[in-house]
Design a protein around this ligand. Sequence first.
Ligand SMILES: Cc1ncc(COP(=O)(O)O)c(C=O)c1O
Length: 298
Amino acid sequence: MLRPMRVSLNGQIVPAADATVSVFDRGFLFGDGIYEGLRAFDGWVRHLDDHCARMQRGLDEAGIGWDASALHGLCEGLLEANGLRDAFLYWQVTRGAPGPGQPVRARLPEPDMAPTVFGYCVPLPGVDGFTEPTECSARTVRDDRWHKGHVKTISLMANIMAALEAAEGGADEALLVRDGWLSESCSTNVFVAGRDESGRPTLVTPPTGDVSILSGVTRRMLLEILPEAQVRMVSEEELHRADEIFLVGTVTTVRSVLTLDGRPVGTGGVGPVAREVLARYADHLRTQLAERRGAAVD
Ligand SMILES: Cc1ncc(COP(=O)(O)O)c(C=O)c1O
């Protein structure tokens, strides 16, 4: 029998159907909040410290008072309450709702609001599911989002509009381009494999600051295990002559773009670089899991 989902709301685990939030919550009215998407493998939350640090930076920048290190205990409780070990976990912290008599739609928030902290989790395959990059088509779409791409805000209207634009053009994903430069996709970072003028292979991902993108936890981890990868700007023209383009993220893992703007990327199939990156990512995770199990036994 399907187990009913249990969510975490303000520190309490409750059935999803019983979880309620004020209609005046600023997350609902303004998209005034910060989120994180994490992944657990065999009960271990991958790069949890990195997720906590990124969330804390976002909360601090937004002036929302919450200690993101609480995610350690909250993730454990949420997984346990749902009986899950391989899962996606979502957390969002909004600024909260104004108290009685406080203005409801003031842009300037009251200083004493209690944040609303909500989390849920759903099952996902474990590391043994990392067998082959998934596939997609993509279209280039103008990146009209704000210039604080490093803040993982729950206000994702511009990402949603870009995704709709790509879908209207018949593609699964939008590759966002700002002033002629690749930034990211609506929910992933992007790697591009090609060749330099001497014909040597290149593997490139855009820098976080210059095109205002999210510093993805997956991107950062891949840059550590792929010494050959370079961080530099990727022009729209370079994107169009790439041998391979692939998307990386916590849920997406590695996803090959087979066609861009209706034309094949490279051979039009999943390429060897994406396969190699996925294999190295899976090895890296297995090593981390083995170390963790070893530490638990010691
Ligand atoms: C816009 C955007 N870029 C990149 C990513 C990938 O980040 P991560 O690897 O931390 O999941 C995400 C994830 O949600 C995202 O929304």
